[in-house]
Design a protein around this ligand. Structure first.
Ligand code: MN
Length: 357
């Protein structure tokens, strides 16, 4: 075996001797031989590849435990682990990116005076579906607040009800003073506490929560679980929430294709929800409203069986929120109605136009 001194190995691997000593201490890259008399480290030429991989993974920001794991794997599996690691980084970053966008939006439009008065026309409805015996979904729509919650577990119905109930104080809050983010955070903590109290230690009981708070010119979104929010703008449908489900995490990490999810046995498992267990952080976002925007909140009883194209068609077809909600629920039931189905549709309208309705 050809041996290199630490200096020669450092030059060949473009790492400093200091870095090599650190990797040795961290057990990421042990020298092939340490002279018992002098303590000098010697490396085998074959170790160069690993040294470079360690250096690149460090540059990627991978934690040491992850690097150790990747280095021990054959190349194809190592590639999979790196992809999965990066998907997690991007998911974490996306949450922080949204928070940053929320804050910049909030601060930069704080003093903006809107000349057009906008308001919402809305409708909410929920249906048990054709298969379940009980409805564990809860929906709500008011002047300020729109919400969908999909309960699961033994006390799923009361859990979704308690979560939505805990948000209703927002209807009466003065939002002009700003502080929307704090208000929402308080509201979600209240909802989380309400579910935890109700579940009384039962970790099976929980609920999703997807809600929009109307501020007069914007909609603040709070989201946890796999219920969804969509925006229909200029005839295009955008999904504005990310499913906190186990299969979505597997897709994000490149371990599963979207096509494989329909038959996946764990497709109903949530990665995050309000439960009796450890509290999890919801996604928060702020959306500028434009006249003509239509928002849809729904439980997976709709999105699980009605494709996005059909949702877009039904949402576009009838300008009346009440009829749109019922058309969407009918579509879910026509597709078998395997789950409770809930929809809230809200349209942003100019205040003058709304008062004529
Ligand atoms: Mn459901």
């Amino acid at each position: 075996m050809e041996m290199l001194t630490i200096g020669a190995f450092a030059r060949a691997s473009r790492l400093s001797p200091k870095a090599l000593r650190l990797y040795d201490e961290l057990e990421l890259l042990r020298p092939a031989r340490v002279d018992p008399g002098t303590g000098y480290r010697y490396y085998a030429v074959q170790q160069l590849e690993r040294a470079r991989l360690v250096a690149w993974l460090r540059r990627l920001g991978m934690p040491l435990a992850g690097i150790r794991e990747v280095c021990a794997l054959p190349p194809a599996e190592a590639a999979r682990e790196i992809r999965a690691y990066w998907a997690r980084v991007e998911a974490d970053t996306a949450v922080r990116r949204d928070l940053a966008a929320f804050l910049t939006d909030h601060l930069s439009t704080e003093s903006r005076k809107d000349t057009t008065m906008l308001e919402l026309r809305y409708c909410a409805h929920t249906d048990t579906g054709h298969v379940r015996t009980a409805n564990q979904d809860t929906v709500y729509a008011g002047r300020r607040l729109l919400a969908v919650a999909d309960g699961c577990g033994p006390a799923g119905g009361p859990a979704s009800g308690a979560a939505v109930e805990a948000l209703k104080f927002l209807e009466g809050e003065d939002l002009a003073a700003g502080g929307v983010l704090n208000l929402l955070e308080d509201a979600v903590q209240g909802a989380s506490r309400a579910v935890r109290d109700l579940a009384a230690g039962d970790e099976e009981t929980g609920t999703t929560l997807t809600a929009l708070l109307w501020t007069g010119s914007r909609l603040a979104l709070v989201h946890i679980g796999d219920s969804r929010a969509y925006l229909l703008r200029d005839g295009e449908l955008f999904r504005i929430t990310h499913d906190h489900s186990v299969v979505q995490s597997l897709i994000d990490e490149g371990r599963l294709t979207p096509e494989e999810t329909a038959s996946h046995p764990q497709r109903a498992l949530l990665a995050k929800a309000l439960t009796g267990g450890t509290p999890a952080a919801p996604d928060l976002r702020l959306h500028d409203a434009r006249p003509g925007d239509r928002y849809l909140l729904c439980s997976d009883g709709l999105s699980g069986v009605v494709p996005d194209d059909e949702i877009r068609r039904l949402l576009t077809a009838d300008p009346d929120p009440d009829r749109a909600v019922h058309a969407l629920i009918d579509a879910a039931n026509a597709a078998g109605g395997p789950d409770n189905v809930s929809c809230v549709v809200a349209e942003v309208v100019e205040a003058a136009a709304a008062s004529l309705v």
